[in-house]
Design a binder for this molecule. Structure first.
Ligand code: ADP
Ligand code: 5GP
Length: 228
């Protein structure tokens, strides 16, 4: 366990084409970072798409009706929301803002439209890091989508088209780009990006300063006792 890391309300935004390996990488890296003392809460999005076989309510998503989603959007309950592959997806304030404000670190898996909305958010931008995950080639992407076995042929084609749009749209605001070729290497890269951001944040400095304060007080106390 390292004393380098302290929860300080940092938001990690992972995006990239469907099938690039975001879910696989996030799960792997969250487990590994935990051993270093970095706990990342995975934000559960709301979606209007139907649950796939084996998907449990509240684990990968909160599954809601289009009416409920619209109600939440009108009530400004989302920090971002977008249409993705003909369905609506959104990140609720409750999942993310409430936790960041309590000082927890959070990771989200959202598409580039959502990442851009967060990048434009004046309060969230300074405390967040944008990471773009990409496959080594479009052929790999297509193969992974097929092998995953979750999507129809038409859905695979929509996802490939969207992947092309995503590269252009994300160019201006992604801070790190990771090619998910070898899974272990990509996981190391994602960990490195997260660790680098955590080392930048102010909390570590505050911890060191309060350590110095305590030492100073102890010394002052000792010399006062010697004099007295
Ligand atoms: P996303 O969450 O980005 O849609 P997934 O994590 O579901 O993508 O990954 C898509 C498929 O590709 C899954 O079947 C996963 O096991 C596989 N996969 C992920 N990373 C790699 C990799 N580096 N090499 C080979 N296959 C991978
Ligand atoms: P799937 O339905 O295949 O799990 O996810 C489809 C896409 O929706 C993925 O690219 C994922 O990143 C994106 N997505 C998931 N949740 C959200 C969200 O809350 N907001 C946005 N903008 N995109 C999301």
């Amino acid at each position: 366990m390292s004393s380098n890391f302290h929860p300080d309300g940092t938001l990690f935004i992972v995006s990239g084409p469907s099938g690039a390996g975001k879910t696989t990488l996030i799960n792997k890296v969250r487990r590994q970072l935990k051993r270093l003392g970095i706990y990342l809460y995975f934000s559960v999005s709301h979606t209007t798409r139907k649950a796939r076989f084996g998907e449990k309510e509240g684990r990968a998503y909160y599954f809601v009706t289009p009416e409920r989603f619209e109600q939440m959007a009108q009530a400004r309950e989302f920090i971002e929301h977008a249409w993705v592959h003909d369905q609506r997806y959104g990140t609720s304030k409750e999942e993310v803002l409430a936790r960041l404000n309590r000082g927890e670190d959070v990771i989200v898996d959202i598409d580039y439209q959502g990442a851009r909305q967060i990048a434009d958010h004046p309060d969230l931008r300074p405390r967040s890091l944008n990471i773009f995950i990409f496959p080594p080639s479009f052929e790999h992407l297509e193969q992974r989508l097929r092998d995953r076995g979750l999507n129809t042929e038409a859905e695979i084609q929509t996802r490939l088209q969207k992947a092309i749009d995503e590269i252009d749209a994300g160019k201006e605001f992604y801070e790190y780009v990771i090619i998910n070729d070898d899974l272990r290497a990509a996981a190391e890269c994602l960990k490195a990006a997260i660790i680098a951001k955590k080392l930048q944040t102010k909390t570590a400095l505050e911890a060191i300063s309060s350590m110095a304060e305590r030492l100073k007080e102890e010394r002052d106390g000792r010399s006062a006792r010697r004099r007295g």
